[in-house]
Every structure is written in structure tokens, then in C-alpha cells.
Design a protein around this ligand. Structure first.
Ligand SMILES: NC(=O)c1ccc[n+]([C@@H]2O[C@H](COP(=O)([O-])OP(=O)(O)OC[C@H]3O[C@@H](n4cnc5c(N)ncnc54)[C@H](O)[C@@H]3O)[C@@H](O)[C@H]2O)c1
Length: 384
């Protein structure tokens, strides 16, 4: 039985607690910590974790408990320090996305992971979705051929009050806007599905939130060996119509699931009806995807629990978390410097350091309010 601790008992900790409760034979949540007095106790009561102890700081919890695994569900700016602390205490770590606001911090976390020999997993729960897994399986079959183009719409909508929460809306405490905090899901998926691009161009703006320093919209172009991708990161999209469309040499596939395959007439124009045989084959590949036993956070936490049991790496490790941050960093660097950024971003590059973004990022607007907590349910994933 693995002893679990939770650090940060706000919105997303609910998804972790719910997930752990799906594996009662293998794990038990024994401790919860939150710096906000009473919050850990509220979570303990809500999930009826009767035997669990509550703490007002993670350091005391790590020193007092004999934990096997912690979930870190605190604001992004705290992820590095808390992860390193837990790993150094000999505890496996699952840390919420984004891994940390800078590559320098990601590397500190990876070094702590290697030194400790413990496991580090960064949340990317959308990989554990049937529609994404299906898209990945069809792409990996290679049947659509060389990738020419991808359109990735990480489209979210958030009202003005969203940025009134104390840690949101500043470069210092949130680390960025939707490029870092929302589109990180699609950025991880893009890297998982298409691999690492060679270069990035981008623009960003704040189109609708005059109470936040950070961007609320960015549009990036990613260059691959022969293909291009366009990535929109937004919290100003009514309808939150998210999609991934991949154009291959032979066919297009997409999430939500769609497929099309053109063939050429002698003059190069598209033939009516296209390649029906390939479309049928791709449909069959998609239909052949076996539904995942657990999805979302439950899927990822289940994988981490299995990885600990089997002594293997988790499906989403710290390196994957870092690669997503590298792409986010490249988007910010490209938008701020108004030039194309080549990948990888190595330790010699100023954009590797934590301070560079803070020094150079435009303050679009002043953050006008800073409330400690907000009423109402926080929704995970688009509402449509
Ligand atoms: N995977 C997802 O879909 C998803 C969705 C929402 C949020 N998140 C991520 O989860 C993290 C938390 O977001 P949230 O919406 O739950 O925020 P939240 O403000 O609701 O909760 C964060 C909690 O951490 C506590 N905290 C802050 N610093 C702490 C520290 N040093 N030690 C212990 N507790 C501390 C706060 O008091 C608060 O209760 C962020 O990184 C966010 O990006 C992920």
C-alpha cells in the first residue's frame, strides 16, 4: 500500500483525490497540506479521508510522514521548490502542469529526480483520453504519410474575474497566460503526436483581460523538417472549440475524429470521392482503439502507481514536462523578440533562465484585484 500526500488542496487537488480513491487496494491518502488555514481540513472532510492528517506547510508534512508519493497541486511558481524538496525527502512526485515556468527550474527538478532515483511525472491528463489515444494510434500507424500541416486550437474562454485570483495574471506568480497554463495541454499533445519542431515564430496579445499583466492570446507557427503547424493558445474563444487537425501526405485526420483523403485527377485537381479505401482503413484503425480503463487524471495517476509497482518510468515523465516548457518558452521568446526562435533552447540561451521572461515580458495591463479564493466550481476541460 502506497502512502500518499497532497500538497495544495485547491481546485485541481479534487481530481487527484478522486483518482487516488479509484485505487483503494494500492494507495491510501494519509496527509494533506495547504498554506491556507482550514483548506486541507475541508478537502479531508469532503473526501471522507478520516485517518488523514492535515498540515499548513509541506515541509512539516514531508518531515512528519513516511510518504511514498505526493501530488503537488499548487500554483506553477511553487512547483520546482516543492518537487525538489519532496524528491530529496525520498518521495515520488506527481506535479501538476505546467512543470515550472522556466527551463532552468525544470532542469533542477530533473536533477533532483535523477539524484533521488525516485519517479517524477508531470500532469498531462489529456494523453489519457480515448479520442487523443485514438488519434495517436492512427498517426503512429504511418498510414497518412509524411506530415504537411497541423492546426492545433487550444481554445478556452475565461471571464475577467478569472484573473482576480491572487496568483493568476502576473508573470511572476502565474508565469504567463494561456500559452503556459492552458495550451500546455495541447503543446504536450503536439509534441507527443508530432515531435519537437525545429523553429518557432509567434505573436501574442491581451485581447480581453484588462486586469492581467499576461497575454490572453498567442498564435504560433511551428516549423518541422518539411511540415508546418499553427498553434492558437487562447482564453478569449467563445465556444471553446478545441481541435487538432493533422494533414498528411495521403490523408487528414483530426480530433474530434474526422478523416479525409484526396486523390488527384490527371491534371492534379482533386478527384471526386477521394481515396475511399484509405478512408475506410483509417476509420477501421480508429475504431480498433480499445477504450482506456481509466481516463484523465485517474488514467495518469493509475499509470504512475503501476510504474512504481513495476519499477519502470511513467508514461509522462519529467523530460516530457520540460519539452512542453521549452516550446512555451520559445513562443514567448519569439513573440517578445519578434523573431524566429530555434530549438532546442540550451542552458547558454538567456531564455533558459528564470529571470529573462520576467525582465522582458510586456505588462499588458496592471493586475487590479487579488482575492485569496473564489466561489464556484472550477471546470477542468472545455465546457462544450
Ligand atoms: N490539469 C489540469 O487540467 C489543471 C486544471 C486546473 C489547474 N491546474 C494546475 O494546478 C495547479 C493549481 O491550480 P488550482 O486551480 O488548483 O489552484 P488553486 O488556487 O485552486 O489551488 C492551489 C492551492 O495551493 C495552495 N498553496 C499555494 N502554495 C502552497 C505551498 N507552498 N504549499 C502548500 N499549499 C500551497 C493554495 O493555498 C491553494 O489552496 C496549477 O499549476 C494549475 O495550472 C491543472
Amino acid at each position: 500500500m502506497l502512502s500518499i500526500g497532497i500538497i495544495g488542496t485547491g481546485n485541481i487537488s479534487r481530481a487527484h483525490l478522486h483518482a487516488y480513491l479509484q485505487f483503494p487496494e494500492e494507495v491510501q491518502v494519509v496527509a494533506l497540506a495547504d498554506i491556507e488555514p482550514g483548506k486541507a481540513e475541508t478537502a479531508r472532510a469532503e473526501f471522507a479521508l478520516d485517518g488523514a492528517r492535515v498540515y499548513e506547510d509541506a515541509t512539516t508534512m514531508l518531515a512528519s510522514e513516511n510518504l511514498d508519493l505526493v501530488s503537488i497541486a499548487t500554483p506553477p511558481g511553487t512547483h520546482c521548490e516543492l518537487s525538489v524538496q519532496a524528491l530529496e525527502a525520498g518521495v515520488h512526485v506527481i506535479v501538476e502542469k505546467p512543470m515550472a515556468p522556466s527551463l532552468e527550474e525544470c532542469d533542477r527538478m530533473l536533477e533532483a529526480q535523477r539524484r533521488s532515483g525516485k519517479l517524477l511525472s508531470v500532469i498531462a491528463q489529456n494523453r489519457f483520453r480515448d479520442d487523443m489515444a485514438q488519434l495517436k494510434a492512427v498517426l503512429d500507424s504511418g498510414r497518412i504519410g509524411r506530415i504537411a500541416h497541423a492546426r492545433i486550437a487550444s481554445a478556452w474562454w475565461r471571464g475577467r474575474a478569472y484573473y482576480d485570483l491572487w496568483w493568476r495574471g502576473t508573470w511572476a506568480s502565474e508565469g504567463g497566460g494561456p500559452t503556459l497554463n492552458h495550451a500546455i495541454h495541447h503543446i504536450d499533445l503536439a509534441l507527443w503526436l508530432l515531435g519537437r519542431p525545429q523553429a518557432v515564430a509567434a505573436m501574442m496579445t491581451n485581447a480581453g483581460h484588462d486586469n492581467a499583466e499576461v497575454e490572453d492570446l498567442s498564435v504560433a507557427l511551428l516549423q518541422y523538417e518539411r511540415g508546418l503547424a499553427e498553434l492558437t493558445s487562447s482564453v478569449v474563444h467563445h465556444g471553446e472549440q478545441q481541435e487538432i487537425i493533422v494533414q498528411g501526405e495521403h490523408a487528414r485526420i483530426g480530433q474530434p475524429w474526422s478523416v479525409a483523403a484526396e486523390t488527384a485527377r490527371p491534371n492534379g485537381f482533386p478527384e471526386t470521392g477521394g481515396d475511399a479505401e484509405l478512408v475506410a482503413e483509417l476509420e477501421a484503425l480508429a475504431a480498433g482503439h480499445a477504450p482506456l480503463e481509466h481516463t484523465g487524471h485517474t488514467g495518469q495517476l493509475g499509470d504512475v502507481i503501476a510504474a512504481i509497482r513495476e519499477g519502470r518510468a511513467p508514461l509522462v515523465d519529467g523530460e516530457a514536462g520540460k519539452r512542453a516548457i521549452e516550446l512555451v518558452t520559445a513562443i514567448y521568446a519569439a513573440a517578445i523578440e519578434r523573431r524566429t526562435i530555434d530549438l532546442p533552447i540550451t542552458a547558454e540561451n538567456p531564455w533558459y533562465r528564470s529571470e529573462t521572461l520576467l525582465e522582458r515580458a510586456p505588462r499588458f495591463y496592471e493586475k487590479t484585484a487579488s482575492v485569496r479564493s473564489q466561489e464556484g466550481e472550477a471546470i477542468i476541460g472545455p465546457t462544450h
